[in-house]
Design a protein around this ligand. Structure first.
Ligand code: NAD
Length: 253
């Protein structure tokens, strides 16, 4: 944490889900960083009170347990950087309610900490008004428990918003006979298809279609290290953004 006089103090970071695939990377990143120190690293079955001395926690666990951790940390004045996915509007509203009683606490929920993924979402949002059709294909490793991915949900939300602002109708689709699921999930009018296969990490394509042309915007995370610069940025900046922030975008400028 950089102080007014120029002297700097390390940010005390707690990692929740520290034994998981993402959590292990975050522990290493915090240990290697020059701005943070690892104050706590907890996993399933460990006491949340171990996080109480932290300035910031980073949570990469799973959708079933993340809310209890966030309620605890917000109640104890600890800022939260949340990578765990599965956040819908109901969950975000619950966070806003808890934060209303803790005005000094900041929370960022980012479905994707990859800088390239954030840009992919911005490009898709920018392109959305110019194309009649749009669909999303997200591809992940088969150990992922939620579908569609948080990134796909967020991308669909941004595209839907952009289409609505520009008065676009629903994407054309003449399907009248369908095996359930064949056309993917419907997220705010955008079709989202989820692929799960061994060997994949995290990938997404946004396919936009117009008269006689298509535009495909694709992002690939080859390795979980791709998320770490974004996680570190969020840890360093979260305290400067009171309340709830969704997506890493506003921390990039
Ligand atoms: P993982 O299963 O490898 O790790 C989850 C860890 O959380 C495990 O070690 C598990 O024991 C631990 N855990 C479970 N319950 C807990 C509890 N109550 N308290 C503390 N720890 C607990 O999963 P992963 O691949 O590391 O992914 C974790 C989450 O991050 C998922 O929701 C995934 O979708 C998401 N993710 C987000 C991004 C992003 O950029 N936002 C990137 C990759 C993955």
């Amino acid at each position: 944490m950089v102080q007014a006089g120029g002297a700097s103090e390390l940010i005390k970071v707690g990692v929740v889900g520290a034994k998981g695939r993402m959590g292990r990377q975050v522990v290493q990143t915090v240990q290697d960083s020059t701005t943070c120190e690892l104050t706590a690293a907890i996993d399933q079955g460990e006491d949340l009170s171990l996080l109480d001395d932290c300035d910031v926690i980073v949570d990469f666990t799973n959708p079933d347990v993340v809310m209890a951790t966030l309620e605890h940390c917000i109640g104890h004045g600890v800022h939260c950087v949340v990578g765990t996915t599965g956040f819908d509007e109901t969950r975000l509203e619950q966070l806003r309610t808890w934060l209303a009683d803790a005005p000094d606490v900041s929370v960022i929920v980012a479905p994707n900490f990859g800088i390239g993924a954030v840009l992919m979402m911005q490009f898709a949002q920018a392109a959305a008004p110019y194309f009649e059709s749009v669909e999303i294909i997200e591809l992940h490793h088969p150990d992922k428990v939620d579908a569609p991915s948080g990134t796909a949900r967020r991308t669909a939300e941004l595209i839907a918003q952009s289409r609505a602002e520009h008065g676009l109708a629903a994407s054309p689709d003449a399907t009248t006979q369908e095996i359930p699921g064949a056309r993917g999930a419907d997220l705010e009018g955008i079709r989202v298809h989820s692929v799960r296969a061994r060997g994949l990490v995290a990938h997404q394509e946004v396919i936009l279609g117009g008269l006689g042309e298509t535009l495909t915007i694709r992002h690939d995370s080859m390795d979980r290290s791709s998320f770490m610069p974004g996680v570190l940025l969020a840890v360093e900046k979260v305290a400067q953004h009171p309340g709830l922030t969704v997506g890493l975008d506003s921390f990039l400028s």
